[in-house]
Design a protein around this ligand. Structure first.
Ligand code: PLP
Length: 407
């Protein structure tokens, strides 16, 4: 088959797949143009409900009601209320998720609180060796503060590495660089069998694939909301604390918002019951309510359907790359088996640093992770099969140009 015929065939298949996609109408809930946006694993697109909601929050709730909005507009309870909206997306029953702070800050709360729940002779914190850097930095600080040590272990070996000295392990559900999906149920079970606790970072999985925190017995989890949950730049993150552990959750940042009676202005700290314990200070209301509005895009969307589309999209993109890009020019570092794949495809490419800017000029936006990785994120709520095909075709064109010395 000639290259031309092959490309036409893929284009037709992409159009057919889009035509049959049950999630296709959901794309209209977002502000998107005709460029190919494959960076929703870094910053999700703007959900159309955010603009009118924020306009109302600013003009009415803040502008007119002013301080009354803490009660009358339910600002005060927003962290738990919005946490309960995220809960079904991560397999959590209500009352266990609070929206607050950044992922990094929640990691700190989760790790220190976890270490405080286990006996002192459990001296080690295991950390996924390929972790997103902030997790490692925070784990290092949590270890110093609690008199423990950090041991980096490849995520796939944490289950085997856990032992009587393990206090807690911090694992990324999906590796941000490769898109590898780690075994959350198996690793959590192995940690528990070793008497240790499991903290999961869900930044690259929540909103892209099913997560079953309650069913899988996860102890604590954190995640951001600006990727697949489309909460907006710098949107607050969330913290999950398993219900049975909440009475033992001793926060290292016991701010007044987590007090049992915050307006009692009691000099003595008495923690609130429940997920509220994960709060620290005054919630970031504007970005929190932008997230609240963004979550409306999930109305009627089934997470298994999202997962099915994510796998079809990434399979199709890999097939297009295979068909269109000259052999040996890029190599996928994203696992082929579905059980090991998140919702992105990462291609190793020697000149990735030149390739990605050239793709962006052609209207295909992914990102570049040093030294040599091209990352393409697939957000099933709005990515089209046609986008996957166009991205692969643009990649082939850019690589051909670079080979010919035309940047
Ligand atoms: C896996 C992972 N963990 C943590 C973070 C950092 O999150 P934050 O900037 O909200 O602290 C990121 C950011 O992209 C991430 O991808």
């Amino acid at each position: 088959m000639s290259d031309h015929v092959r490309a036409r065939d893929l284009a037709e298949r992409a159009a057919d797949l889009d035509g049959a996609d049950p999630l296709a109408p959901v794309r209209h809930r977002f502000a998107l143009d005709d460029s190919v946006y494959l960076d929703g694993n870094s910053l999700g697109a703007l959900s159309l409900g955010v603009l009118p909601r924020l306009a109302d929050v600013v003009t009415h709730e803040w502008g007119q009601l002013r301080i009354r909005s803490w009660e009358e507009s339910d600002w005060w309870t927003a962290p738990e209320r919005i946490g309960d909206r995220i809960a079904p997306l991560i397999g959590a029953a209500p009352g266990q998720v609070v929206v607050a702070d950044s992922t990094s800050v929640n990691l700190f709360k989760a790790l220190v609180a976890a270490v405080r729940m286990v006996p002192e002779d459990r001296t080690e914190i295991l950390v996924d060796a390929a972790t997103f850097p902030t997790d490692g930095y925070i784990a290092g600080s949590a270890a110093r503060l609690t008199g423990r040590t950090v041991r980096p272990v490849p995520a796939g070996e944490i289950a085997a590495a856990a032992g009587p000295r393990t206090a807690v392990a911090l694992v990324n559900h999906v590796d941000y660089r490769t898109g590898r999906l780690h075994d959350l149920p198996g690793t959590t079970a192995a940690l528990h069998a070793a008497g240790a606790l499991a903290v999961w970072d869900l930044c690259h999985s929540a909103g892209a694939l099913p997560v079953a925190l309650d069913a899988d017995g996860v102890d604590l989890a954190v995640g951001c909301t600006y990727k697949y949950l489309n909460g907006g730049p710098g949107a607050p993150a969330y913290l999950y604390v398993r219900r049975e552990l909440q009475p033992r959750f001793d926060s290292p940042l016991p701010g007044w918002n987590s007090h049992a009676d915050p307006f009692g202005m009691d000099p003595a700290y008495v923690p609130a019951e429940g997920a509220v314990r994960g709060r620290v200070g005054t919630p970031e209301i504007l970005s929190m309510l932008a997230l609240d509005a963004a979550l409306d895009a999930w109305h009627g969307v089934s997470v298994p359907e999202v997962r099915a589309k994510s796998l079809r999209l990434t399979d199709f993109f890999l097939e297009c790359v295979d068909a269109l890009v000259p052999a040996g020019r890029v190599a996928s570092v994203t696992p082929v088996p579905h059980a090991e794949r998140g919702s992105q495809v990462s291609l190793r490419c020697a000149d990735a640093g030149e390739v990605m800017p050239a793709l962006v000029v052609r209207g295909v936006v992914g990102d570049f992770r040093r030294p040599d990785v091209l990352r393409f994120g697939f957000t099933p709520l709005y990515t089209r099969y046609t986008d996957a095909w166009r991205a692969a075709r643009a990649l082939a064109d850019v690589l051909a140009d670079l080979n010919e010395g035309n940047p």
